[in-house]
Design a protein around this ligand. Structure first.
Ligand SMILES: Cc1cc2nc3c(=O)[nH]c(=O)nc-3n(C[C@H](O)[C@H](O)[C@H](O)COP(=O)(O)OP(=O)(O)OC[C@H]3O[C@@H](n4cnc5c(N)ncnc54)[C@H](O)[C@@H]3O)c2cc1C
Length: 416
C-alpha cells in the first residue's frame, strides 16, 4: 500500500515537472539542438533518475505500470526528455536486475547523485541489431579491454556511465554478446562528432569512442540473453512506446484545447463531420496503444513480483506482443500527429515554432520506427508466428538444440 502511494507520488511529481519545466524548455531545446539540461536537472532533483533503483538502495523501486505512465506524462511536453529518462531507467533496471553484488553499491550512488547511464548497442557495421556484437572484449591480465567505436549514443556527452554490448571474446561468435559497464574513469571515453538530426535533437545522440579497461565483475548478468529477455527488451519497448504515446496524446490535447477556444475567422468548424470523424479516429489509435501498454505492463509487473523463470520471458506469444507494442506505438503515435497536422492546417500545424508544437513533435516521432528498426521486429514476428503453437521441445529438436539455453539469440531469432 505504502509502495503504491509512493509510486503515485512519483507520477504526480513527474506530471508537475512535465507541465512546469519540460513545457517551458522543449521548443528551445529543439531550436538550439541542445541537451535539455533544465528538464533533466528537475528530474534529478525530484529523485526521478532513481525511479528504477530498488528501495533498499535508496531509490523508488519503480514498477512497469508507473514507469509507462511517467514516460508518457514526460512525453506529453518534451519527447527528447522523456526518451532520455526512458533509456536511462532501462539501464538502471538492467543493473538492478542483473548486476553482481560488487556493483550493487553503484545503485546507491545513482540514487544519491542522480547519475545518468547511457546505452551503447549500435555498431557501425552491424547497424541496430541488439543481439549481436562485432568488437570483441580483449583479455589483458585480469582485466578486459573495451575498445570500440559507437556511432550513436544518446546523451553520450552528459552520461556518467555506459552499458556497452561487446562480443564476448576474440574467439567468440557475434551472437555471443557481453554487456559491460564502463565509466570515463576506466580509460578513454571521447565524443567524436555532433548530432544533426531531423528531430529528437535534445537526445544529443553523438558518435563516441571507448578504450577502457574493466574488471570481470563489470560484465553484467549471467548471460546477455537473460538480461535482454528479462529486462532490456521489455523495459525498452514499454518505456519508448509510452513516451511516443504521450507525445502524440499531448499534441492531440493541446490541439483540442486550442480548437475549443478559437473564435472568429480561421476557427475550426467543430461540428463538421470531417472534423469530428478525423478527431475521433486519433483518439481510437491512442486508446489502442493505451490498452496494449496496460496489458503488457500488468503481465510484466506480475512476473517481476514473483521473479518469474526465464521460460515465461521466452514465451513466443509474449515476445510477439512486445514487438507489436513497439511497432504499433511508433507507427500509430506518428500517424496521430501526421493526421493532426491535416486537421490543424498550415498555420497551426506545419509552420515552425507554432505554439502547439506539432511540427516539432512530428519530426521527433518520425524517429520511432528507426529506433531499433521496425523491419527487424516485424520480420522476427513473422518467423515466431510460424512456430507459435508448436511444442518448444519439438522446435528445439528440429534445430538440433536441447533447450533455449543453446539458442544464442535473446529474441529467439535462432528459431527463424
Ligand atoms: C533518436 C535516436 C536515439 C538513439 N540512441 C541510441 C543509443 O543511445 N545507443 C545506441 O546504441 N543506439 C541508439 N540509436 C540507434 C538505434 O537504436 C538503431 O540502432 C538505429 O537507429 C538503427 O540504425 P539503422 O537503421 O542504420 O540500422 P538497422 O536497424 O540495421 O537498419 C538498416 C537498414 O536495414 C534494414 N533492415 C534491418 N534489419 C532488417 C531485416 N531483418 N530485414 C530486412 N531489412 C532489415 C532496415 O530497414 C534499414 O533500412 C538511436 C537512434 C535514434 C533514432
Amino acid at each position: 500500500m505504502r509502495e503504491h502511494a509512493s509510486l503515485e507520488h512519483s507520477l504526480t511529481r513527474a506530471a508537475a515537472i512535465s507541465h512546469n519545466v519540460l513545457r517551458q524548455w522543449a521548443a528551445d531545446v529543439d531550436a538550439n539542438n541542445r541537451f535539455p539540461s533544465e528538464s533533466v536537472e528537475a528530474l534529478r532533483d525530484a529523485g526521478l533518475l532513481a525511479f528504477m533503483v530498488p528501495a533498499q538502495f535508496g531509490g523508488q523501486g519503480g514498477n512497469m505500470r508507473a514507469l509507462w505512465r511517467i514516460a508518457a506524462v514526460l512525453g506529453e511536453e518534451c519527447l527528447a526528455t522523456a526518451l532520455i529518462w526512458s533509456m536511462h531507467s532501462q539501464q538502471v533496471a538492467v543493473l538492478a536486475d542483473h548486476a553482481h553484488a560488487e556493483q550493487a553499491e553503484l545503485l546507491r550512488h545513482i540514487a544519491t547523485h542522480g547519475l545518468l547511464i547511457a546505452s551503447v548497442t549500435t555498431e557501425r557495421d552491424k547497424g541496430g541489431d541488439l543481439l549481436t556484437a562485432h568488437a570483441p572484449l580483449v583479455r589483458e591480465h585480469n582485466h578486459w579491454r573495451v575498445r570500440r567505436f559507437a556511432p550513436i549514443v544518446s546523451y553520450g556527452a552528459e552520461a556518467d556511465m555506459y552499458l556497452i554490448t561487446m562480443r564476448s571474446g576474440e574467439d567468440r561468435l557475434p551472437h555471443d554478446v557481453s554487456l559491460v559497464l564502463t565509466t570515463p574513469e576506466d580509460g578513454l571515453v571521447t565524443v567524436e562528432g555532433d548530432w544533426h538530426a531531423m528531430g529528437m535533437k535534445g537526445t544529443r545522440s553523438v558518435p563516441m569512442r571507448f578504450d577502457t579497461l574493466v574488471d570481470a565483475n563489470r560484465i553484467i548478468g549471467q548471460t546477455f540473453r537473460q538480461v535482454a529477455l528479462q529486462t532490456m527488451i521489455p523495459i525498452g519497448h514499454v518505456a519508448w512506446s509510452a513516451a511516443w504515446f504521450g507525445a502524440a496524446g499531448g499534441a492531440l490535447q493541446r490541439f483540442i484545447e486550442r480548437a475549443r477556444t478559437s473564435r472568429g475567422p480561421g476557427a475550426w468548424d467543430l461540428h463538421s463531420d470531417l472534423f469530428t470523424t478525423r478527431l475521433a479516429r486519433l483518439r481510437l489509435w491512442l486508446d489502442l496503444l493505451q490498452s496494449m501498454l496496460e496489458q503488457i505492463t500488468t503481465t510484466l509487473d506480475a512476473w517481476r513480483l514473483v521473479q518469474a523463470p526465464m521460460h515465461q520471458y521466452e514465451d513466443i506469444t509474449h515476445n510477439i506482443a512486445l514487438n507489436n507494442l513497439k511497432v504499433a506505438s511508433s507507427e500509430l503515435a506518428f500517424a496521430v500527429v501526421h493526421n493532426l497536422m491535416e486537421l490543424a492546417g498550415m498555420r497551426h500545424g506545419y509552420l515552425q515554432h507554432n505554439d502547439l508544437g506539432l511540427e516539432r513533435v512530428f519530426r521527433d516521432l518520425r524517429s520511432g520506427s528507426l529506433m531499433y528498426h521496425n523491419d527487424r521486429l516485424i520480420q522476427t514476428n513473422g518467423n515466431l508466428l510460424l512456430i507459435e503453437r508448436t511444442p518448444m521441445s519439438r522446435v528445439w529438436a528440429s534445430r538440433g538444440l536441447h533447450d533455449s539455453a543453446e539458442c544464442g539469440a535473446p529474441d529467439l531469432t535462432c528459431l527463424a
